[in-house]
Design a protein around this ligand. Sequence first.
Ligand code: FMN
Length: 215
Amino acid sequence: MSMGAFPKETAPLEQTEVRRIGPDLYAEALNRFRTLLERAQRCGLPEPTAITLATTDGQGYPSDRTVLLKAVDERGFVFYTSLASRKARQLAANPQAALCFFWQPLMEQVLVEGAVEQVSDEEADAYWASRPRTHQLGVWASWQSSRLDGPRTLDLRWVEQALRFLGQPVPRPAYWRGFRVVPHRIEFWKRRAARLHERVYERHEAQWTKAWLAP
Ligand SMILES: Cc1cc2nc3c(=O)[nH]c(=O)nc-3n(C[C@H](O)[C@H](O)[C@H](O)COP(=O)(O)O)c2cc1C
């Protein structure tokens, strides 16, 4: 995936809280993230946009899984999933998430923590339209994270959906949504010989701050 797949940075910014508070430090952190992602994309990794996404259920029990980053801009970090999924149900109970990017060839890690909101229908529709038809049919065929009778069940459901939408565009199901993590903490880690390995940007109420952490 190229960085061109992400929304243009020149798009009008929403008047988010982030814009009103320390935009310089936040912009610095985002620029550093983008530079790392571009470097990771040039490394030939199969999934340079892969994220470990951690959520918790209503009792505070954590779980994690891999998702793909589909957009990043001043508003936050976006991934897509099904409202049926375990992660989406957890986010409904506790709309907070942690993201971990680790690019092994670079030995660089970025950690993002923040509140989670759903992206607009328009934004989700635009992403959906960019997906291959086979993937779109796969979303209709799968009630994510539910139990299946057996491995062939999914194939049969996929064929059913292919016939259902034969000769027409496949619409985005209302349960397929984008989620945006609006960061309040971004931490960078790089393995190096120097003593200072980590750098953390944090938002405390109305201010972004930047500090060094002991490795
Ligand atoms: C490389 C990779 C990329 C994935 N990308 C996504 C994704 O973008 N969205 C998604 O819902 N699941 C994605 N998955 C599947 C999830 O890891 C997970 O198995 C699924 O979403 C169900 O998780 P849950 O039951 O915790 O909600 C991906 C898995 C891998 C290995």
